[in-house]
Design a protein around this ligand. Structure first.
Ligand SMILES: Cc1ncc(COP(=O)(O)O)c(C=O)c1O
Length: 395
């Protein structure tokens, strides 16, 4: 048996490796506190689950769904974008439901990337942007996200010959893993860049609803001309704690949406209809849950940031997203630190290198940890700090 080169060269998915390590520790009876994956611990709101259960009992929803999703869901997504961002979308041509944003993010590479083509990918970043590019035989050209630039890519620093060859530009704000945010001015510059070099923008915005201190993230599609050059991926995963139900969407440029629809109609058979009805309920129903969840995350953010700074892992308070991006102390790599914390005090953090070379020097902590887990995790971090101080004092 000979596997394709694309599989042989495919790195294991970051969180599969981390989950394996946690499972091994737990199997040995060790208690592990995880600040790893960004998977909300707060349940899906009850009114959404009620609609899901009701829809699951209707026999019409037991059959194959249409790949492109229910027209009513297209309509609900368009209404939500209008209400939340003031962005008008044609529900038929500019909206496509997805089996979670991840699926669409990976598959859109098939619409743009031929072998040898270039996609501009931020570094560090959610790994799927580069994985989709690599699986289609393309080459990611990495755009460093640095603290100095507010973790925004410097589009002017991209060499002309690369920009001319690039087919896609990936962006993601509020950002995973850095927690950075982007304003409309940045998106406006990105649209101008895309026009100049005739490339398509894929903005990934699943964290626009997770924001703190009254901050309201914008949509890429609010930038003038955005719909002429790009799409936005979004998701119900983080806004409504629906990671397990697998539902998201892509909206914007009709040609890009149609290309992805053509790929998907050949690959998948759509989203289970009961889940689509639950999504309609989420988008059209009461929205107070978003503020309630954000108040919980904000409180956790403050506790985590204070503790990290007190143990010598410098961290700024993110305005949005589910993540705190903390600097690794001198003398450690991000992997050393993550390993040390796991081995010494049973705390899981994600090493920044997992998000690309540009993530070295940082670790990511997710705020999707129960309050009890958080208290335990913070006291373990304090214990880790104290043991290091003792260690230093002895030398
Ligand atoms: C930046 C980013 N995009 C997309 C996703 C995937 O979202 P979904 O659950 O809709 O597939 C995630 C999940 O963590 C993410 O962090």
């Amino acid at each position: 048996m000979k596997l394709a080169k694309r599989i042989e060269n495919l790195p294991p998915y970051l969180f599969v490796e981390i989950s394996k390590k946690i499972a091994e520790k737990r199997a040995k009876g060790e208690d592990v506190v995880s600040f790893g994956i960004g998977d909300p611990d707060i349940p899906t709101p009850a009114h959404i689950i009620d609609r899901l259960c009701q829809a699951a009992r209707e026999p019409a929803n037991h059959r194959y769904p249409e790949s492109e999703g229910l027209p009513e869901l297209h309509q609900a997504i368009a209404e939500w974008y209008q209400k939340r961002f003031g962005v008008s979308l044609d529900p038929d041509k500019e909206v496509l439901p997805l089996i979670g944003a991840k699926e669409g993010i990976a598959h859109i590479a098939l619409c743009f990337i031929d072998p040898g083509d270039i996609a501009l990918v931020p570094d560090p970043a959610y790994p799927v942007y580069s994985i989709g590019t690599l699986l289609t035989g393309g080459n990611p050209y990495y755009l460093p996200l640095t603290e100095k630039n507010g973790f925004l890519p410097d589009l002017d620093a991209i060499p002309e010959y690369i920009a001319k060859r690039a087919k896609l530009l990936w962006l993601n704000y509020p950002n995973n893993p850095t927690g950075a945010v982007a304003g409309l001015d940045f998106f406006q510059r990105a649209v101008q860049f895309a026009r100049k070099y005739d490339l398509a923008i894929c903005h990934d915005g699943p964290y626009t609803e997770v924001a703190f201190d009254g901050y309201q993230p914008v949509s890429f599609l609010q930038a003038d001309g955005a719909k002429e050059v790009g799409v936005e991926f979004h998701s119900l995963s983080k806004s409504y704690n629906m990671t397990g139900w697998r539902i998201g969407m892509v909206v914007g440029n009709a040609v890009m949406v149609d290309a992805l629809k053509r790929v998907k109609s050949n690959l998948d058979s759509g989203i289970p209809q009961a889940i689509q009805y639950a999504a309609i309920e989420a988008l059209r129903g009461p929205q107070d849950c978003i503020q309630e969840h954000n108040a919980i995350y904000q409180r956790r953010r403050d506790l985590v940031v204070d503790m990290l700074n007190s143990v010598g892992l410098e961290a700024k308070s993110p305005k949005a997203s589910l993540y705190v991006w903390a600097k690794v102390p001198e003398g450690y790599t991000s992997t050393d630190l993550a390993t040390d914390l796991l081995e010494q005090v049973g705390v899981v953090v994600t090493p920044g290198i997992g998000y690309g070379k540009g993530g070295e020097g940082y670790v990511r902590l997710s705020l999707t940890i129960t309050d009890a887990g958080l208290v335990k995790g913070l006291s373990r971090l304090a214990g880790w700090r104290d043991s290091k101080n003792r260690f230093r004092a002895k030398r």
